[in-house]
Design a protein around this ligand. Structure first.
Ligand code: SF4
Length: 1006
């Protein structure tokens, strides 16, 4: 039953419980206030009549919101920025929760309202939200809504063809026995470690595909797989291996996250490269980018620019093969004369970046020299500007001395499809000095158009461009970083190297031979250091596949191959374990007519978990099969082949986790305010209990001292102790104990375990941090790295963090964000300029290294599709309301009504050639698979290019036609580089055509 819309919004009464969190969806990390109160109670709309109160004095942005909102008056657009949020029905849900009398999860169930409201206090969103974030409450589970119907609530185990509910005890015992058995039988000895479980493959953390992501989540998953199991064969989120997404950013120096919103608001020229932020980082774009373009930040610029430096009308350069909503909205805000859209041909961005850089180098050489001198000047305190690398970049990538500027531009125009006058204009907007001789402040952001397109060289070419454009100077208004897909929050022991080497790393600064080799073999050399699990699963490797919070039947490159191989191998195990039942089903007389294996036998006497596990181990030995475990919050496409399904609690509201918004490394708690449905359990609980059972099994065999048992014991003892303490006293919060042990005090904890570790932007000041302090910092939190944390006896908290991490690296002074929480809860936020020193410089990058990223041809898989004559470049992307796998989208009726099926954008010229019109259904196909979608004829895509949503809740989406191609240095997939053909197969039903629109999106920006 769907809970009917109320037509009105109940307000939290005074005394409603207040929690803070971040949006569960995108990289922006908008802050949200959550209120929980018993159903039946309700606040009144006048100030003081309800439980909403803001206490923020944000001196950095000139905002004073110490107030209680007045809901008696009509709220105008953007009133949330003034602390008067407009609360929609989609922001409130009626559900049930325990009373939490003695701590979280205690007491009886009662009906409650939960309101999840964009936080006006948050310096990221100022109370604004997107269509995704503004409908989060609607996606919170309730006994009366779709989310509640969809959630996984019980452990399930496959008996023959059917997944049947079992107890947690059964599921944990089965999983523990299989994992232990696989380590015992196929484990590989490494000196000092005992057996390592490299036959256990982990696919983990699709932040958007379930409860994944966040430092506490990653810590426990890392402890289990990288320390306990010790497998090198893991896959993270969107990559078929476990490794960084932006290694080139680190090799270049600044790293992928180095700037801030403060800088974005001060920039003279903004460059958005391959990211379409209107759809994929909405509030970042509509709030901060458009504020800058509209001139709303001019006063901030006057304050932070040098005396006498002019404040000009800012400009924006958008590089994208599509004329996206981002281009449309920027033009509406700034006027067409301040927006430059470079409609690059897919895969040729490196050529375009180098051509723009060549124009800058040649025509604005004095500006480049000024920036390079700036970098050189930091040598005094040990910063390393790579002079030799710069000369190589100039000669090999910019081709200075090899080709004239005219030749470079002619070639670039022909390869990229971008007219040379636009390339020259881009260079001018970036590098031409302002009046008075001041260089422009340049801020660049890139994302999947680059990351999923010849990753290493594409990213490096942008950092090279940033270096000569001064975007890496670390001054106010400058920046060069990724946009991110989701928020970040990585903390973990380091993964072990694969069994055949002691090294685990990406290939840095590859020479041309790496690419030549890939063009000949199709397989990346980097797999030697960080195994590519998709290739290896397809080759029959691995015995267990444990998939946590992701759906790779939709998100893996060449996803139909992965589904085919995992499905086939999983069912070999099922048919072996239940061979007797399958043999007896169907009846002999039927065999000539159909395969009785297609029938679902009834397992009248289910095996014990021990018997089941023993059979599985035999099956793995004899069939080449794969034991598949899926752990998630909703049923994924992978569930159809799984042997065990473990229902996870969501780390967005059902257990607390910590993570960062990507654009300024803003670190906060995503608190818990709800109980999980049914028997769902936090991921840490599931892994800690399987670890415990593995240790017990060793002890039962009299092998309690086995190194494998020792590893699990050492890693999980602090968590088991916290769980026991929680059982005695529910106010002991296990997540806080995990945070304190393995995140705040990671240096000590991992030294005890004897492994390398990573906690993003960890500094010694982290040691003073815990979840309760983060709670007091509400949706403001702190930017990382933290330089100082002070908790005073009267309860005052002061925390300081670095605004732009290139600033102390390259300058005598830098900006620190200071957040002070007063004893009455009022938070004051300001930005101070403080002297750089040795300590802060130890937290920030120490080098800038230009490197010649050169492009000469497409990767082999892509080249093959071109040679075979596939006609259309397939641009693959997220699409605003349809987020990631669409895992939470079916919970919102309006989203599914607006996007009832997968869509493909086709240019009118191509539509005419193919005989297509709006609403037709086509199959999109190539050598790697096929998918269907409804045609949307639009000039958003150029002729010869189509756009497919990355995944739709009901369909695989674009990855049905992506190839296995990965970057040979960085191994990130070339999701954005594939080609396909179209064939009309029919027409959508009128009931669908009537309820959707095929109009292009247009904006009127006020
Ligand atoms: S912009 Fe991103 S973080 Fe902000 S509300 Fe929308 S989806 Fe959430």
């Amino acid at each position: 039953m769907v809970y009917p819309r109320m037509g009105r919004v109940p307000l939290p009464p005074k005394g409603a419980q207040h929690y803070t969190t971040m949006c569960q969806f995108c990289n922006v990390g908008c802050g949200y206030d959550v209120y929980v109160w018993p159903a039946g109670a309700e606040g009144s709309p006048e100030p003081g009549g309800h439980g909403i109160e803001y206490k923020i004095v944000d001196e950095a942005y000139g905002r004073n919101l110490v107030k209680q909102p007045d809901f008696t008056k009509e709220h105008v657009g953007l009133s949330a920025e003034e602390g008067e949020p407009w609360i929609s029905e989609a922001m409130v849900v009626k559900t049930i929760r325990r009373t939490w009398e003695r701590g979280r999860g205690t007491g009886g169930w009662r009906e409650v309202y939960v309101a999840q409201i964009p936080s006006p206090e948050c310096p990221i969103n100022w109370g604004n939200h997107s269509v995704r974030g503004g409908t989060q409450a609607e996606r919170i589970w309730s006994p009366w809504n779709i989310a509640g119907e969809r959630r996984l609530t019980k452990p399930l185990v496959r008996f023959g063809g059917r997944l049947e509910p079992v107890s947690w005890e059964y599921a944990i015992d089965l999983v523990a026995r299989v994992v232990k058995g696989v380590i015992d039988k196929w484990g590989i000895e490494r000196p000092g470690w005992g057996k390592e479980g490299h036959a256990v493959f982990a696919h983990r953390m699709d932040h958007g595909g379930g409860g994944g992501g966040g430092m506490i989540f990653n810590t426990v998953v890392g402890l289990f797989f990288f320390y306990g199991v010790r497998t090198a064969f893991a896959r993270i989120h969107n990559r078929p291996f476990f490794g960084p997404e932006n290694p080139a950013a680190g090799d270049a120096g600044p790293g992928a996250m180095n700037t801030s919103y403060h800088d974005l608001r001060l920039a003279d020229t903004i460059i958005l490269w391959g990211n379409n932020p209107y759809s994929t980082a909405t509030v970042m774009f509509v709030k901060h980018v458009l504020d800058n373009l509209r001139g709303a930040t001019k006063a901030e610029k006057q304050r932070w620019f040098n005396p006498g430096e002019p404040v000009i009308d800012s400009r924006i350069i958008i590089v994208d093969p599509r004329r996206t909503e981002t281009v449309e909205a920027a033009e509406a805000a700034a006027g067409k004369d301040r927006v430059l859209h470079l409609q690059v041909k897919p895969g040729t961005d490196i050529v375009l970046a180098n051509a723009i850089a060549r124009v800058i180098y040649e025509r604005y050489g004095d500006v480049v020299e000024e920036f390079v001198n700036h970098y050189r000047s930091a040598a005094g305190w040990g910063f390393n500007w790579d002079e030799e690398g710069f000369q190589k970049y100039v000669s090999e990538a910019l081709q200075v001395g090899k080709k004239t500027l005219d030749e470079v531009l002619t070639e670039a125009e022909s390869i990229t499809g971008v007219p040379r006058d636009k390339i020259e204009l881009a260079a001018k907007w970036i590098a031409e000095r302002k009046e008075g001789g001041y260089p422009k402040r340049v801020w660049l952001m890139y994302e999947k158009g680059i990351i999923w397109n010849q990753n290493y060289r594409s990213i490096y070419s942008l950092f090279d461009l940033c270096m000569i454009a001064g975007a890496t100077r670390g001054l106010p208004g400058c920046g060069c970083q990724r946009q991110g897909g989701h928020q970040e929050g990585f903390a973990s022991p380091a993964p072990p190297p694969p069994p055949w080497t002691d090294e685990r790393h990406h290939i840095a600064y590859p020479d041309k031979s790496l690419y030549d080799e890939y063009y000949n073999t199709k397989y990346p050399r980097a797999d030697f250091y960080m195994p590519t699990t998709d290739f290896r699963l397809a080759n029959g490797e691995g015995k267990v596949l444990w998939v946590i919070d992701m759906d790779n039947y939709r998100l893996a490159p060449n996803s139909q191959r992965l589904k085919a191989v995992v499905g086939d191998r999983a069912w070999r195990v099922t048919r072996y374990v239940f061979a007797e039942a399958y043999a007896n089903v169907g009846g002999k007389e039927s065999e000539p007519n159909y395969d009785p294996n297609a029938l679902e036998p009834v397992i009248t006497t289910p095996p014990s978990s021990r018997e089941y596990a023993e059979k599985v181990l035999q099956a793995l030995e004899e069939t080449g099969g794969l034991f598949v475990i899926v752990e998630d919050i909703y049923p994924t496409f992978m569930v159809e082949d799984a042997h065990v399904v473990l229902p996870a609690a969501f780390n967005n509201g059902e257990w607390p986790d910590v993570r960062m918004g990507v654009h300024e490394r803003r670190f906060r708690i995503a608190d818990a305010w709800l109980d999980p449905p049914g028997e769902a359990k936090p991921d840490w609980w599931i892994l800690a209990n399987v670890a415990k059972r593995i240790v017990e099994l060793y002890e039962e065999e009299g092998r309690g001292g086995d190194p494998v048992a020792e590893r699990f014991r050492k890693a999980f003892k602090p968590i088991w102790d916290a769980m026991e303490a929680n059982a005695r006293d529910p106010t002991v919060e296990v997540e806080n104990e995990i945070f304190k042990t393995y995140i705040a005090n990671a240096d000590e904890a991992y030294s005890r375990l004897g492994v390398h570790w990573e906690v993003q932007y960890w500094t010694p000041e982290f040691k003073k941090l815990d979840l309760n302090i983060l709670r007091k910092l509400r949706t403001i939190g702190t930017v990382l790295p933290i330089t100082k944390l002070d908790v005073k006896p009267d309860g005052t908290i002061e925390v300081r963090g670095v605004v732009n991490i290139m600033e102390p690296a390259l300058n005598d002074t830098y900006r620190e964000e200071v957040v002070v929480v007063k004893p009455d809860g009022t938070i004051v936020r300001r930005i101070e300029v403080v002297p750089s020193n040795e300590t802060v410089r130890s937290y920030v990058p120490g080098h800038l290294k230009p490197w010649p990223a050169v492009w000469d041809k497409y990767p082999p898989y892509v080249d093959e599709l071109i040679r075979k004559g596939y006609k259309y470049w397939v641009v693959n992307g997220r699409y605003n309301a349809i987020w990631q796998t669409g895992y939470a989208d079916p919970n919102v009726v309006e989203i599914m009504a607006r996007h009832p099926m997968n869509i493909v954008q086709v240019n009118p010229e191509d539509a005419a050639k193919e005989g297509l019109e709006n609403g037709d259904i086509v199959v999109i196909y190539n050598d790697y698979g096929s998918t269907t979608a409804m045609v949307w004829v639009t000039r958003v895509v150029a002729p010869g290019t189509i756009f497919l949503i990355m995944a739709h809740p009901k369909a695989v989406g674009a990855n049905a036609v992506t190839t296995p191609s990965v970057d040979p240095a960085a191994q990130n997939p070339d999701y954005k580089l594939t080609l396909a053909n179209l064939r009309k197969i029919g027409r959508a039903d009128e009931t669908i055509i009537k309820k959707v629109t095929f109009k292009d999106i247009r904006f009127a920006v006020r």
